[in-house]
Structures are given as structure tokens and as C-alpha cells.
Design a protein around this ligand. Structure first.
Ligand SMILES: Cc1cc2nc3c(=O)[nH]c(=O)nc-3n(C[C@H](O)[C@H](O)[C@H](O)COP(=O)(O)O)c2cc1C
Length: 190
């Protein structure tokens, strides 16, 4: 199964890199993935959605191809003001049909004890509206900036335990939806 791992933060010294590194370790060889990092793509704030662009710039074409070829989306997101970081929502806003009938797994983190779970709920709503099927388990890593320290240990252990359940569920939904999309064929689903 091919998935896109989508990040949300473009901040200097972001925690996102530590979390991504952990996520990569925990995923192992379960999926063939492409990292989609808003820091690399530097999209402008939304003007036109991809389908409205007459001559899309390469950056949009590349993202379109990655999303189109992905069977599922694993979103690794921070929480800003209990909500979705703007670089993530701006990137997702540019696309739509590429996401349809594909699974979405949401992993959040923060430097607080709740691990970004509140932004995870908002991301679920957004992704569902965009046509994805968000899966039930959403691991949230609290005190992620304390990774590897005694203070952060119980949060890190808890995250790893939940991630192990999550990745099986994500694989189940991703594969089930991929098979069903193949069975129904183009033109049957919008
Ligand atoms: C604009 C902003 C809003 C934030 N709001 C929250 C919040 O609502 N809940 C929370 O737990 N942490 C919040 N934080 C702290 C983040 O968890 C922490 O800065 C984390 O490192 C953000 O991830 P990043 O470094 O990958 O961007 C906020 C941080 C910023 C910059």
C-alpha cells in the first residue's frame, strides 16, 4: 500500500521532526510512503484549488500526483490553539478528488499533556469533508518535547502502544478501501 505522510508545521526548530522520526521507526516496512512536508512545498495561501488551475505550477502538479497515487493519508500534526495548523489546512484545501474514498490516519503531538488530541478531532472533520475516511484510533503524543526523558516516558510509551493498534487499523481500512475502489472502477464513484 502506498501512503502519503503529511506534516503540518513549518516552524523553526519544530517538534514535527522528532515526531516524524518516531513515526517512521514505528511504521517500519508496513507501508511504502512519501513524506509531504509543507516546509518543502512552501505553498502560497489558497487562491485557486487544483482543479481550477488552467496551468498548474510544478509544485501543485507534484502534490496532485502524490495524492492521486496514494491509497491513504497519514497526517502527523501539531495543535495550534486547539485547532489545525494553517500550513496543513492550506495544503489540503488545494485538493479534493485526490482524497476520495481513501483512508486517513491522524497522529497528533504537542508539548502539553493532551498531545494535540483536540486538533486531531478538527482534522477528522476536515478530512471527512474532503472525502477521506478517517479511521477511529488517533494516537496523540503528549509532552513530545520530552521524548527520551523520564518525564516524558509514560507519554511516549502510551503513544507507542496506541500507534501499534493504530497502524493495524490503518492498514485494514487502507487495504479494504483500495480493493473496493478497484472493484467499483472509475466513473462509479465521484
Ligand atoms: C500558534 C501556536 C499555538 C499552540 N497551541 C497549542 C494548543 O492549543 N495546545 C497544545 O497542546 N499546544 C499548543 N502549542 C504548543 C505546541 O504543542 C508546540 O509548540 C509544538 O512544538 C508545536 O509543534 P511544531 O513544533 O511541530 O510546530 C501551540 C504552539 C503554537 C506555535
Amino acid at each position: 500500500m502506498k501512503i502519503a505522510i503529511i506534516l503540518s508545521s513549518v516552524r523553526d526548530n519544530r517538534l514535527a521532526d522528532i515526531v516524524l522520526s518516531k513515526v517512521k521507526t514505528l511504521i517500519g516496512a508496513s507501508f511504502d510512503y512519501t513524506i509531504v512536508d509543507p516546509l518543502e512545498y512552501k505553498l502560497p495561501l489558497l487562491n485557486k484549488r487544483y482543479y481550477e488551475m488552467k496551468e498548474p505550477e510544478d509544485v501543485f502538479k507534484k502534490l496532485h500526483s502524490i495524492f492521486e497515487e496514494s491509497d491513504g493519508f497519514l497526517i502527523v500534526s501539531a495543535e495550534y490553539n486547539h485547532s489545525i495548523p494553517p500550513a496543513l489546512s492550506n495544503m489540503l484545501d488545494h485538493f479534493g478528488a485526490e482524497f476520495n474514498y481513501k483512508s486517513c490516519g491522524i497522529v497528533t503531538y504537542s508539548d502539553g499533556p493532551i498531545g494535540g488530541a483536540r486538533s486531531g478531532e478538527q482534522i477528522k472533520l476536515m478530512c471527512s469533508t474532503l472525502g477521506m475516511a478517517p479511521i477511529p484510533i488517533s494516537p496523540a503524543w503528549g509532552l513530545a518535547h520530552k521524548a527520551g526523558t523520564p518525564e516524558g516516558k509514560s507519554f511516549e510509551d502510551n503513544f507507542e502502544r496506541n500507534f501499534a493498534k493504530f497502524i493495524k487499523q490503518f492498514a485494514w481500512y487502507t487495504e479494504a478501501l483500495a480493493r473496493h475502489r478497484a472493484n467499483w472502477g472509475d466513473g462509479v464513484i465521484g
